[in-house]
Design a binder for this molecule. Structure first.
Ligand SMILES: *[C@@H]1O[C@H](CO)[C@@H](O)[C@H](O)[C@H]1NC(C)=O
Length: 280
């Protein structure tokens, strides 16, 4: 009787929690190449995938990473016909419950939707980005980010007046909630099949000053979390790396890209990977 009760209890608990077991990838058989780069693999979306964002004076790398990866995925899934990006500005101003958490941001996309919107002054989509480019740690631009204010749109449910677009009609959605990928191979298969994913990392004091090469944390203490978009991987001099896009414009790193050690969970890069498929 005890066992019967236990089973019933477990079953109802599982039903109540709406537990659904879904495979994290479509196929375990897909072969993983030595190197891969989403920018060259999908030439019809290369322009979009290659675009390096600038979060400006806002600490909104999380919103930029999710919106950019969502844009890439819509383009890829549509065979290149959906080229207008998903708005990072809309995500950062409307998802107040996100708190910088990219898993929540992907879930928000599925549940609430995010309107279209390109980069700052692009006049593209419903809500283009609202903060201007600035200098992130390199001192190559006149306007330093720390001297600027973060300019965010209000979450009003309307498109930028200039766009002339209808907010409801401009909403894009994720097909399902955030999926997570827990091994290097699972992350690779997901990028191979559906395009870029987002990764959170622990940011150490040496990270902002990265210039080139394959990054690993060498010195200094942690200064919090950071968000990146993973575009692919490769190997150089026997060292495996991820290709990750940052949101600090093209002055930073290798034209906006940082290559990070792969396979050793460097800065926890392999333990906070999320993405969702787009709803077309
Ligand atoms: C926007 O589009 C929706 C759905 O097509 C429509 O119901 C709504 O009235 C439109 N809003 C405006 C302000 O035109």
């Amino acid at each position: 009787m005890k066992i019967a009760f236990c089973l019933t209890f477990l079953l109802s608990a599982a039903l109540a929690a709406n537990i659904k077991i879904t495979p994290t990838v479509d196929s375990k058989d897909i072969e993983i190449p030595e190197s891969f780069d989403a920018r060259t693999n999908w030439p019809e979306c290369s322009k979009l995938i290659s675009e390096i964002a600038d979060c400006g004076a806002c600490d909104t790398e999380w919103a930029v990473a999710v919106a950019s990866a969502a844009s890439d995925r819509r383009c890829i899934a549509s065979g290149g016909s959906l080229q207008v990006p998903v708005s990072a500005a809309n995500l950062m101003s409307c998802c107040t419950q996100c708190g910088g958490d990219m898993k929540k941001a992907w879930n928000y996309w599925a549940k609430n939707g995010i309107v279209t919107g390109g980069r700052y002054q692009s006049d593209l989509g419903c809500i283009p980005y609202t903060a201007s480019m600035c200098d992130h740690f390199y001192q190559v631009r006149e306007t330093e980010c720390f001297n600027q204010f973060c300019i965010q749109p209000e979450c009003t449910g309307t498109c930028a007046t200039k766009s002339g677009l209808n907010y409801t009609n401009e909403l894009t959605y994720g097909e399902s909630r955030a999926e997570t990928f827990e091994t290097v191979e699972d992350i690779q298969r997901e990028i191979l099949q559906n395009g870029p994913v987002t990764a959170s990392i622990e940011k150490f004091v040496d990270f902002p000053f990265y210039r080139e090469g394959i990054y690993y944390h060498a010195s200094g203490k942690s200064i919090g979390g950071h968000s990146l978009r993973l575009l692919g991987w490769g190997t150089e001099n026997n060292e495996a790396y991820w290709i990750a896009a940052n949101a600090w414009n093209e002055d930073w790193g290798e034209k906006g890209i940082i290559r990070i050690r792969r396979g050793v969970n460097e800065c926890n890069i392999e333990s906070g990977v999320y993405a969702a498929k787009p709803k077309l």
